[in-house]
Every structure is written in structure tokens, then in C-alpha cells.
Ligand binder design. Structure first.
Ligand SMILES: C[S@@+](CC[C@H](N)C(=O)[O-])C[C@H]1O[C@@H](n2cnc3c(N)ncnc32)[C@H](O)[C@@H]1O
Length: 388
């Protein structure tokens, strides 16, 4: 089989809705860090798409490809990888490409399976968008019949995505005792309720969850809902993250859109408690905007819009780097597709026993010095040995 024929065969199967799942691996080029790509069918606005999930060393990226574009997407993919394992509705296929793109195609028949898109769609969401959940009804996200309200769909999508990250982190949490979880800047607490529901009610985990926020009335309402729903291990407190010194140990700290340096306050507290898991989606990272000054970058920074975006990206990069320097395995991951929200970076940090090398500190310090930045989080973590 020729390479072009291979692409035609694959494009035909993917366009006809035959794909269950596939994985492209063995990259030709190791330098760009793309280790593998997973493919699966998804339904978006009632149209079949193929979701490409790109696995870089420290980043996962998603792209939903329309069927009309699938041939060129497959061509690009198979130019990058030497192997593809694919499950189709009636066959498993193993494709191997040689250095010179010679194709080996091995297929075996299987019992017929269904590429059920509605099933896939449900699988995309850990909370199902047609099941009535008492907390989502009380929070005004769903109608009493369980329909997600149109204006709340973005929130529903965000909490689902966040829950996915929590689900992925479960192996890092203790299994032999109750798990202590803090949600800082919990606001109306959609996420706090959702994680309680998912971890305690659906997964049966022994957890104790606290949501903390400055807004008294909102917190009072959250406590009323928690009591009404008999969520006994969930509480809400009024307070400032910076003054919150009630705990000696917390296992997981989460934040969703905690404003500006409130995210840093939460990260610093999580580090001090030695939290095993930190999941944080920042919001309005203004701090560096007024600090950043680097003549080398003036071509970019002369433009207010670029400076704002640059400052936000630099802030999150600094946060991830600082977390790494205090012994976390920290990654910046795509939270939600950019089309839905510009606040689309999630900081994920798992505690490790790694001690960073002094060269790692120097790398961070020269970046920070180049920007003339004085990051809030660095000051909060000053006991960990950063040089000013
Ligand atoms: C954009 S809202 C996000 C709320 C919620 N996490 C969500 O995603 O729906 C940010 C919340 O952070 C809270 N917040 C900001 N600074 C805070 C601080 N220093 N301490 C406690 N809460 C804070 C605000 O009161 C607000 O409710």
C-alpha cells in the first residue's frame, strides 16, 4: 500500500463514523516533544468531528477536526509518526511506516462495536448534562428536569473539565484516611459542590471540603444549600485567603478564577501545607503588568495588548517554575478550549520529593531579573531559598 492510499483508507473510515479510538506513536522527530496523539470521535453541534489529543511532555492539547478537513489532518499526522493503532467498528488495525514511508497494514476482524457518539459525549463529561443533580438545580445551573440552562453551559463545561483533572489526580491523594480539600475563592461554589458530589457521592471517598471566600452573603447561601442537601463534610467559611491559618495539613488545594494574586496566596498556602495536589485556574493576572520592563522585549511590550497577555503568560510561567523549585511536578495545561474562555490555563502541581538543582534556581532568577519582576508568590515562598 502506498502512503497516499493509506491516508485515503483512514480518511474513509474516519469520515464514515467507523472510528472507536486510535493512537499515533513513535514520532519521527523527537525534538518537538510530541510523544503521541490520541484520536476519538466527538459530536459537536450535532456534527461528527475527530478529536486529536496531542501529548507533549508537559502539555496536553486538544483539537477538534471537522470531517471535511480530516484527510489533511491525517496526512500531517502520519508524516509525523511511524505507528498507528486504530480500533474501528469491525476491525483492529496496526499500521507501521518505515523510514521511507513504506506502509505495513495489519488488520484483524472483531465483533461489531458501535461508535456511539452520544455515549462518547457523555463520557466527555463526568457530570452528565441530562441527569438532574440536586446541587446543580439549587445553584441554578440545571432546571428541575436536569436540563443545563443555556446561559450556564460555560460554567457546566468548566466544572466538568475541572472534575476531570481532579479525577486524574486521585492516585496522588491519600487512600488510608480522609482527604482534606480546600477551595480558595470559591464564590458561588459551583466547583466546590461539584467536587464534593463527584468524590464523595459518586466515588464514595472520605473527604472533608472547605470553600473560602470574602463574600459573606454568598457563603451563607452556600452553607444553607450544603445543609439542605445534607452534605455533612462540606463547609463554607467567610475570610481572606491571606489570613487563613486554620490548617496544619491539606491534601488538595483548588482554585477556579481566584482573582489576581489571590491565586498566589492559595498556591503559597498549599505549598506550606505540603498539599499533594494543587489545581488552579488563574484569572486576571495583573500583578506583572505594572512591573515588567525589559528593553530586549520592547518590540512586544510597546503594545499594551501584547504586554497584558505577555504579563499574564509570564505570571503563570513564573508560578509553575516556583512550584517546581519547591519540589512540585508542575505543568501548565489547557483548561478549556480558547473558543470558550481566554482564561484557559490550568496549573497542575503534584508534590514530589525532588530537590531542584542550583542551575534551576539560576534559570528562574535570570528570567525574573530580565523582566524586573517581583512576583508575589516568590515573596510568599521566601523561606525556600530564592535570591532577591
Ligand atoms: C471570579 S470569582 C470565582 C468564583 C468561583 N471559584 C467560580 O469559579 O465560580 C473569584 C472569587 O474569589 C474571591 N476572592 C478574591 N480574593 C480573595 C481573597 N483574598 N480571599 C478570599 N476570596 C477571594 C472573590 O470574592 C470571588 O468570589
Amino acid at each position: 500500500m502506498e502512503f497516499e492510499q493509506l491516508i485515503d483508507e483512514l480518511a474513509k473510515r474516519l469520515s464514515n463514523g467507523q472510528l472507536i479510538r486510535a493512537t499515533a506513536s513513535q514520532p519521527r522527530l523527537k525534538s518537538d516533544g510530541l510523544a503521541k496523539v490520541k484520536l476519538k470521535p466527538v459530536e459537536i453541534k450535532k456534527e461528527l468531528h475527530i478529536q486529536f489529543e496531542y501529548h507533549y511532555e508537559r502539555v496536553l492539547k486538544h483539537e477538534n477536526v471537522k470531517i471535511e478537513d480530516i484527510r489533511s489532518a491525517l496526512q500531517q499526522l502520519m508524516e509525523q509518526f511511524k505507528q498507528l493503532q486504530a480500533e474501528f467498528v469491525e476491525e483492529n488495525v496496526h499500521i507501521q511506516l518505515s523510514k521511507k514511508f513504506k506502509v505495513s497494514w495489519k488488520s484483524e476482524k472483531t465483533a461489531e462495536r458501535k461508535a456511539d457518539l452520544s455515549h462518547n459525549r457523555k463520557k466527555n463529561y463526568l457530570l452528565d448534562d441530562s441527569t438532574p443533580y440536586p446541587f446543580l438545580i439549587r445553584l441554578g445551573v440545571q432546571t428541575t428536569e436536569g436540563k443545563v440552562k443555556k446561559q450556564k453551559y460555560d460554567k457546566f463545561r468548566q466544572i466538568n473539565r475541572f472534575i476531570e483533572f481532579i479525577d486524574d489526580a486521585l492516585d496522588h491523594l491519600p487512600k488510608d484516611r480522609h482527604v482534606r480539600i480546600l477551595d480558595f475563592g470559591s464564590g458561588k461554589s459551583y466547583l466546590t459542590f461539584a467536587l464534593y458530589h463527584y468524590l464523595h457521592i459518586e466515588k464514595g471517598l472520605d473527604i472533608r471540603v472547605t470553600g473560602l471566600d470574602l463574600k459573606k452573603e454568598v457563603i451563607e447561601e452556600c452553607n444553607r444549600i450544603a445543609q439542605d442537601l445534607e452534605y455533612k463534610q462540606l463547609e463554607f467559611l467567610v475570610g481572606d485567603i491571606n489570613d487563613y491559618n486554620e490548617e496544619t495539613a491539606v491534601d488538595m488545594v483548588v482554585t477556579l478564577h481566584a482573582c489576581d494574586v489571590a491565586t498566589d496566596m492559595a498556591l503559597a498556602r498549599a505549598v506550606k501545607w505540603g498539599a499533594e495536589v494543587i489545581l488552579s485556574v488563574p484569572c486576571c493576572q495583573h500583578e506583572l503588568f505594572s512591573q515588567v520592563a525589559a528593553p530586549e522585549l520592547d518590540v512586544m511590550l510597546q503594545h499594551g495588548l501584547i504586554k497584558e497577555r505577555f504579563s499574564a503568560l509570564a505570571t503563570d510561567s513564573i508560578r509553575a517554575e516556583l512550584l517546581t523549585l519547591v519540589g512540585y511536578d508542575a505543568q501548565l495545561l489547557e483548561f478549556i478550549d480558547l473558543a470558550h474562555t481566554p482564561k484557559n490555563i490550568l496549573i497542575r502541581a503534584y508534590r514530589t520529593n525532588k530537590t531542584p538543582a542550583s542551575a534551576d534556581f539560576s534559570r528562574y532568577e535570570s528570567f525574573r531579573n530580565m523582566l524586573h519582576a517581583k512576583p508575589f508568590l516568590e515573596r510568599e515562598l521566601k523561606d525556600y531559598g530564592f535570591l532577591s
